[in-house]
Design a protein around this ligand. Structure first.
Ligand code: SAM
Ligand code: SF4
Ligand code: SF4
Length: 366
């Protein structure tokens, strides 16, 4: 079997070139160096956002002088769909659109429809989901559903209005986000997952009110440990409330029991209220990392393929594509990149990770 060799400029992380085509990789699902398949593709469609969440895009860094990517740098919908379709041939079964704020990308429902038309090698449809801050959801939910979106996750960190405004550093009201959640459920993008990032000393007093608010709604509230993504949010371990601590606060009020994972590699640990009021999830990437089952690849708005949320560099698929690579060359490149993957940052956190350059969450998406 011929070997695939990829040359990557260590500084720029730029052009990936296939010096030989690994034909066997084209038709089979590759495993990475830790035996993990590629199952999920997260596609960030823009680096722009109408919020300035303090833990993601602090205004001191992402202010009026910040240079976002020019539109010409972004992958077109056709380019995104081409990469996605090749990734599907390599094993991807789920695609999540994210950002920045994905609903800011014009005609995003057109992209959803293009992705929803993809089929696995066995002829099965792909699950298409989207993560949003919810501000434009009430307006967009129906079009997204009609385009073939399966579900949405909506971020909401507080019910308390002044706190929400402070955390999102925006003038948007909690009611706007809640209306988006209700509309998404109404049009059938259900169950809606509501994501709350918990930052100790900032919004941990909202854990129980949020739990109470979403009981009996059918929406699944998920608590996310504050993570050290990027380099601009001033992350500090003292500000992490662990999943176990979050769980304790809720069970003090509403008893819970564990629920088995619905599929292998599920990121959230599931719990349900013993009084049948619904389900919650805990995403404990800091206190209980799940790198061993991480099957996610990430595509940036300008076509770099990242192997981990905490990676410093991506592989430039746009350059490859715009230089005229064939589907076979692109597939071989993707397979080879995946096969070389050894990322497991959350398991290494604190050991030799200090000072590491990391991409920003607003660029690569959650
Ligand atoms: N703008 C959309 C949104 O907020 O849902 C999508 C992109 S946002 C980067 C995706 C998710 O990442 C959100 O749920 C957000 O709360 C989460 N997130 C951002 N920074 C984080 C951090 N430092 N720790 C944990 N989660 C974070
Ligand atoms: Fe925007 Fe989402 Fe980041 Fe908040 S978390 S700044 S909504 S990209
Ligand atoms: Fe996956 Fe990287 Fe997160 Fe580990 S740290 S679960 S490898 S994205």
């Amino acid at each position: 079997m011929s070997k695939v060799i990829f040359h990557q400029s260590p500084k720029s992380g730029s052009a990936v070139q296939a010096s030989a085509i690994n034909r066997s990789a084209v038709s089979s699902a590759p495993l990475d160096a830790r035996h993990r398949p590629l199952r999920d593709l997260r596609i960030s469609v823009t680096d722009r956002c109408n919020f300035r969440c303090t833990y993601c895009m602090p205004r001191e860094v992402f202010g009026s002088n910040y240079q976002f990517m020019p539109h010409s740098a972004l992958l077109s919908f056709e380019e995104i769909t081409r990469i996605a379709s090749l990734a599907v041939q390599l094993g991807v079964q789920k695609i999540r659109l994210t950002g920045g704020e994905p609903l800011l990308r014009k005609n995003i429902e057109t992209l959803v429809a293009m992705l929803a038309a993809l089929r696995t090698p066995d002829g099965l449809p792909i699950e298409i989901t989207l993560t949003t801050n919810g501000t434009l959801l009430e307006k967009k939910a129906l079009a997204l559903k009609q385009a073939g979106l399966s579900r949405v996750s909506v971020s909401l960190d507080a019910l308390d209005e002044p706190l929400f405004e402070r955390m999102s550093d925006s003038q948007v009201s909690v009611d706007t986000v809640l209306s988006g959640i209700e509309e998404a459920a109404r049009v059938g993008l259900a169950p809606v997952k509501v994501n709350m990032v918990v930052r100790k000393g900032m919004n941990d007093d909202q854990i129980v009110p949020m739990a109470r608010r979403f009981r009996h709604t059918g929406h699944i509230l998920r608590f996310i440990e504050f993570m050290d993504v990027g380099t601009t949010n001033g992350w500090n371990l003292d500000e992490v409330l662990t999943g176990a601590q979050i769980l304790q606060r809720i069970t003090d009020e509403f008893p819970l029991e564990p629920v088995a994972a619905s599929y292998s590699g599920e990121v959230a640990r599931r719990w349900r209220y013993t009084d049948q009021a619904g389900e919650i999830g805990l995403i404990t990437s800091v206190s209980q990392p799940f790198c061993g089952s991480c099957t996610r690849g990430r595509l940036s708005p300008e076509g770099k393929f990242f192997l981990c949320l905490f990676a410093s560099q991506g592989h430039d698929l746009r350059a490859l594509m715009r230089n005229g690579a064939s589907d076979a060359q692109m597939t071989a490149a993707l397979a080879g990149i995946w096969q070389a993957r050894d990322d497991h940052y959350s398991e290494q956190r604190g050991h030799n990770t200090a000072g590491r350059e990391k991409i920003e969450m607003s660029y690569i998406g959650g």
